[in-house]
Design a protein around this ligand. Structure first.
Ligand code: 5U1
Length: 688
């Protein structure tokens, strides 16, 4: 039998491990290297193997047990798990606030404003400090017993933390949400594919599927997390509860007892401040590692909550203010194919228009043939469409329960939809099928011209898809070089082209002649030469002439360029047609800004080698123009703020990026200051 000192050692070991685990899983701030934690954990495991009588159910080693007989049996909630009334519009939130203020006879109500997690509501029951049961929400009165699975979630304490200030409650039900972080979800799905198991459509489904596993050993392998947000039944000595007057204070108690509570919560006075929190979180949402679908406002004062009471199953003192849905259902009407500038054939879903993520979506790329097969999408299916933030819309999966009998299976067409109808070929081992028509294929030429004219390349505003189709159809252009020969009279012969628009387009084309070298290189559409590679090439060669003269060996000397890209560039220039186009571009006056002109080494150039982030709306120029100018003068533009950012250029209505820049101490330029920095450089450029 182990002696007293040894027992003391085990207690110490368990406490130390718990502290380390809490720091790692709840605070996200590990205090020892993983190896040290593992060493102590193994020591505890070894002791428990030798003295099984010393194992306690709350020992860290006991998170994963066997499948219990009571798995998923019904659990009656001693206090119902309520649902929340939803508000989609600001007016509904204002009406909620008015109801609260009137019922409480207050001029202004204080709210706790929090995140609405897109996960699964769970109730955790602790008796005398020990987790004894975990249940899903179910219908609010009765849920399912998921204790064995919940015990595997490392951010959920198996026993409550003892503080010296308060005795532990004899009963505490903690209410919160189990979810999966987006990155963990992606890794899980990638792994599911590798092991030939079914993938999940979103983090919420992955979390639900993981909690519904019969085998807790499998759940233990799933990266589930938990956030606590409230309390159900609470039986505690007055010392713990008597000073507890607000919901925010209750959440602080939960933190002290060892629960993770999201730091994105605040107490606000009045509805306008609550709505400001909503706005802030709408912007922060994409930067969070997990999905949320809105925010929750709760009357903060617990006595006021009691006064307001409930209507049916929802409290009168709380409301969920929802973001526009990021996922909706719609019908897959057809699958068309799009021909890219390199002949790549991309299947595109034509959808019954649906409002999702704040915009109406009527089509979405399906990437390639295998993707359509893998997702088992059929024409006529009801499908889940997702649009999160600025990310392009995605068809996530079909809803199999709603599949009608008459759906059609899609097949990659055998011939290009272009006039020549050249065969579509998919080489063995390739994921992408291609039109074999080369530049003779009008569809490819159209895409090449659109690629050249796009904002990120030569930025020719107004040269859209329909217009390029018309120009090709009318024989006014064959390729990108021909754009520079167009005149107003020719353009006016086109259907629905008025003189003013024609003049504007000619001016835009003229203006594009002096875009930066990197934009021109990118615009040429050389396979494997994206924006970043184009910038590397422009920085290295400085002039178009030098770039054109480069051979394979010269190209391989460029930073980050390997044989695949070098070969692709060499092949591009080996084609006489491409050389002719470039010769004509130069002959028609295209003269990209040379690096020497912008004098990167000049200390008075505030853009050279600096990293900028743009936010808000600029009044003098579009964001793409601002980016083009910064890049032309040797700066870089990044999407996100970090310590490496040299300056944030903030226009009107700048949002979360401005807050982050302030937090990180990054310099902030307003539009006037930005213009002031640009002007001398632009003047210098014009005199060269
Ligand atoms: N953050 C948070 N989410 N959430 C969901 N708080 C919260 N409270 C809820 C629900 C259903 O219900 C209580 C207001 C009863």
């Amino acid at each position: 039998m182990p002696d007293k000192d040894f027992l003391e050692h085990i207690t110490q070991l368990r406490e130390t491990l718990e502290r380390y685990s809490y720091a790692y899983h709840v605070l996200d701030a590990p205090i020892v290297p993983d190896a040290e934690y593992d060493r102590l954990y193994r020591e505890l495991e070894a002791i428990e193997a030798k003295y099984p009588e010393l194992i306690t159910p709350t020992s860290l080693t006991q998170r994963v047990g066997d499948t219990p007989a009571n798995a998923f049996s019904a659990v009656h909630h001693s206090i119902p798990m309520l649902s929340l009334a939803n508000a989609m519009q600001e007016s509904e939130v204002r009406a909620f606030d008015k109801r609260c203020a009137e019922a409480l006879d207050l001029k202004e109500v204080c709210y706790s404003a929090e995140l609405k997690f897109d996960g699964l509501a769970i109730s955790l029951r602790y008796e005398n400090g020990v987790l004894i049961q975990a249940a899903t929400r179910g219908d609010g009165s009765t849920g399912e017993d998921v204790t064995a699975n919940i015990r595997t979630i490392k951010s959920i304490p198996l026993q409550l933390y003892r503080s010296h200030q308060h005795p532990l409650p004899s009963v505490l039900e903690v209410r919160g949400e189990v979810l999966m972080f987006r990155d963990d979800f992606k890794k899980l799905n990638a792994n599911q594919l590798v092991i030939g198991e079914k993938t999940f459509v979103n983090p919420r489904n992955a979390a639900a599927g993981s909690l519904r596993q019969l085998n807790p050993h499998i759940t233990a392998l799933r990266p589930l997390r938990f956030f606590a947000y409230g309390v159900g039944q609470l039986i505690a000595e007055p010392a713990l509860t008597q000073n507890l007057q607000t919901h925010a204070a209750l959440q602080d108690v939960l933190i002290n007892l060892g629960f993770p509570v999201s730091k994105y919560r605040t107490v606000v006075r009045g509805v306008d401040a609550a709505l400001a929190f909503f706005k802030e979180m709408s912007q922060t949402r994409e930067t969070l590692p997990f999905d949320i679908d809105g925010v929750v406002y709760k009357v903060n004062n617990l006595l006021e909550q009691q006064k307001l009471g409930f209507v049916s199953r929802a409290p009168r003192w709380a409301i969920a203010h929802k973001f526009p849905a990021q996922e909706e259902l719609t019908i897959l009407r057809a699958i068309d194919v799009q021909v890219g500038r390199t002949g790549a054939i991309t299947p595109v879903a034509k959808l019954e228009p649906v409002f999702v993520g704040g915009v109406t979506v009527s089509h979405a790329t399906l990437h390639n043939e295998d993707e359509v097969l893998r997702k088992d999408l059929r024409i006529g299916d009801t499908v889940i469409v997702r649009r999160a933030g600025d990310v392009i819309p995605e068809v996530v999966a079909p809803v199999l329960e709603r599949r009608p009998d008459n759906t059609l299976i899609w097949k990659m067409p055998s011939h290009c939809p272009c006039k020549l109808a050249t065969p579509i070929v998919r080489e063995p081992g390739e994921t992408i099928a291609r039109c074999s028509g080369g530049l003779a294929c009008e569809a490819q030429r159209k895409q090449g011209i659109l690629h050249f004219a796009q904002r990120r390349a030569m930025d020719i505003e107004g040269l859209g898809e329909k217009l390029v189709e018309q120009l090709l159809e009318a024989g006014l252009i064959q390729n990108i070089a021909d754009l520079y020969l167009l005149n107003t009279a020719q353009l006016c012969t086109l259907n629905r082209m008025a003189e003013k628009s024609a003049n504007n387009l000619v001016a835009q084309i003229e203006d594009s002649k002096t875009r930066s070298l990197s934009r021109l290189i990118f615009g040429l559409g050389i396979r494997h030469v994206g924006e970043t590679t184009a910038k590397d090439l422009a920085n290295h060669f400085s002039t178009l002439e030098a770039f054109l003269k480069a051979d394979q060996a010269d190209l391989l000397r460029v930073k980050d360029i390997g044989p695949v890209v070098a070969d692709s560039i060499v092949n591009f220039f080996a084609q006489q047609e491409n050389l002719n186009i470039i010769k004509n571009l130069i002959a028609h006056g295209v003269r990209p800004i040379h690096k020497a002109l912008t004098d990167m080494s000049n200390p008075s150039n505030p853009f050279s080698n600096k990293i900028f982030v743009l936010t808000g709306t600029l009044s003098q120029m579009r964001r793409e123009e601002a980016q083009a100018k910064i890049e032309a003068f040797g700066g870089k533009v990044s999407d996100s703020i970090s310590k490496k950012t040299s300056a944030l250029i903030a226009g009107e209505q700048a949002g979360s990026k401005l807050i982050k820049a302030q937090q990180l101490g990054v310099s902030i330029w307003d539009e006037a200051y930005f213009q002031q920095q640009l002007e001398p450089l632009l003047a210098k450029q014009n005199t060269n």
